[in-house]
Design a protein around this ligand. Structure first.
Ligand code: HMG
Ligand code: MG
Length: 413
């Protein structure tokens, strides 16, 4: 078993080191937030923007290359650390990303931003190298059925396939991420044992992956599931090499992100601008946790995040017309009626009233007001408002939008 950096023989090291000594690990998110408000420091959170890959791979509209390039260039200016800008998979499987070679050739590469891509096999690596990609992501899953449907292989076969791919990629100086999809639930097999995930994480690291991302592919995990998973996985991989990738079908993604960060010190998070995202092999799953909403929630909870959420919203507003559908993200719904600036955590974390925001809020139609409510609450209320009404409201809205009842059946409308 690989010890975590800083692990002491007596047990795991604390997650919240402070200038004057270490804070004890929190037992709950609320306590974690309290630790932070008491002056504990955490390393900055690294946001991996997966919108141009996960976000676009399931969109009914196939965007022209130039539109994607302009969007990726705009996202590059938001402060995100990494952009998953494409996917070198079979164009027949994912036609939406068939032009990834061209996209990589045309984007402006900003210093400090890593541009990565999915690679399923040796052919994918060839394409990635030809397009001068410096970081690739291989992807498998903890469920046999999902792996079969997604990449036409058993889990074992997928690892065998990755072996030469990772070896060649490392020889070429590339960084490698390994995804484990269906890390909590599988759309075909149901609940997944955390031990299976932990084993797969270890296998990917043994193959040479530099980091691992755990995917809640169908967006069904809740904080208790995240705890069960991370309690096991954290002994295999240090937080700095672990990313979490939450889809938001049940409205739990932000609560999950805050749990992973606040309680387990996870410093990497995959998000998708506007809340786009989905996988053709994960029926009914919604988009990823929205970048701008996650950034807001993390900052409001005391995290250091270099991303400017307003710039993310702006980049999405420019894309929204091309997608021909409204965005799922909450912050993108706030703009236009009142400025994000008035609702950032700095303005609201004191709990003081913000007259400009209140006035604008009063002028909004009642239906929109209820959607916006959790975002103008104070930082200390985040876990509570997300865990109950906020999460529920998102879930209801999503289910209504997709015509799905709580039992998972489709409504006729
Ligand atoms: P296969 O059919 O077993 O492979 O597919 P094959 O080698 O027999 O090739 C079949 C065809 O694909 C051939 O073309 C190949 O040339 C072509 P044909 O002769 O039929 O015209 N092909 C390729 N073309 C371009 N680039 C390549 C490539 N490889 C084969 N690299 C394969 C196996 C993996 C390729 C296929 O199943 C595939 O591409 N699947 C795509 C899966 C995918 O992209 N899923 C979504 C991403 S995963 C995800 O979203 C989850 C994640 O977000 C985390 C989470 O949420 O949990 C990451
Ligand atoms: Mg995904």
């Amino acid at each position: 078993m690989k010890p975590r950096n800083g692990d002491s023989p007596g047990g795991p090291a604390p997650f919240f080191p402070s200038a004057g000594g270490a804070c004890p690990p929190s037992e709950s998110l609320t306590q974690g937030v309290r630790h932070l408000s008491e002056g504990c420091l955490t390393p900055p959170v690294r946001i991996v923007e997966v919108g141009p890959r996960d976000g676009l791979q399931h969109e009914p509209t196939i965007l022209p290359t130039e539109r994607k390039v302009a969007w990726i260039n705009a996202l590059s200016r938001t402060g995100v650390a990494e952009i998953e800008a494409g996917s070198f998979v079979s164009p027949r499987a994912i036609p939406q990303l068939a032009d990834s070679d061209d996209v990589f050739r045309k984007i402006e590469r900003h210093p400090g931003v890593t541009y990565s891509a999915l690679v399923p096999n040796a052919r994918g690596l060839e394409r990635a190298l030809a397009a001068d990609v410096r970081k690739i992501a291989v992807f498998t899953a903890a469920s046999e059925t999902f792996t079969q449907r997604n990449i036409n292989a058993t889990i074992r076969e997928s690892l065998d396939r990755f072996h030469p791919v990772i070896t060649s990629a490392k020889q070429a100086g590339l960084t490698v991420r390994g995804y484990v999809s269906t890390a909590v639930f599988c759309p075909y097999e149901g609940k997944i044992e955390p031990a299976r995930v932990a084993e797969l994480v270890q296998q990917l690291l043994d193959l040479g992956a530099d980091e691992v991302s755990l995917g809640d592919t169908i967006g069904r995990a809740a904080p208790a599931d995240v705890r069960r998973l991370l309690d096991l996985v954290r002994s295999r991989v240090e937080p700095a090499r672990l990313s979490l990738h939450f889809h938001d079908t049940y409205g739990m993604a932000i609560a999950n992100v805050l749990t992973a960060w606040g309680e387990y010190g996870i410093q990497r998070c995959d998000t998708s601008a506007g809340g786009l995202g989905g996988c053709p092999y994960a029926p009914r799953a919604s988009g990823n946790a929205a970048t701008e909403d996650v950034v807001y929630a993390l900052k409001a909870s005391g995290a250091e995040v270099s991303v400017n959420e307003e710039k993310v919203v702006q980049a999405m507003k420019e894309l929204e017309g091309s997608l021909r559908r409204p965005l799922a993200s909450r912050l993108s719904q706030l703009t236009g009626t009142f400025s994000l600036r008035s609702t950032t955590h700095k303005a609201s974390s004191t709990g003081e009233a913000d007259p400009a925001a209140a006035l604008a809020e009063e002028r909004r139609p009642a239906r929109d007001r209820s959607i916006a409510q959790p975002a103008v609450r104070s930082a200390s209320e985040w876990p509570r408002c997300l865990g109950s009404t906020g999460a529920l409201r998102i879930a209801c809205r999503h289910h209504r939008h997709h015509g799905i009842s709580w039992g998972g059946e489709k409504h006729a409308h």
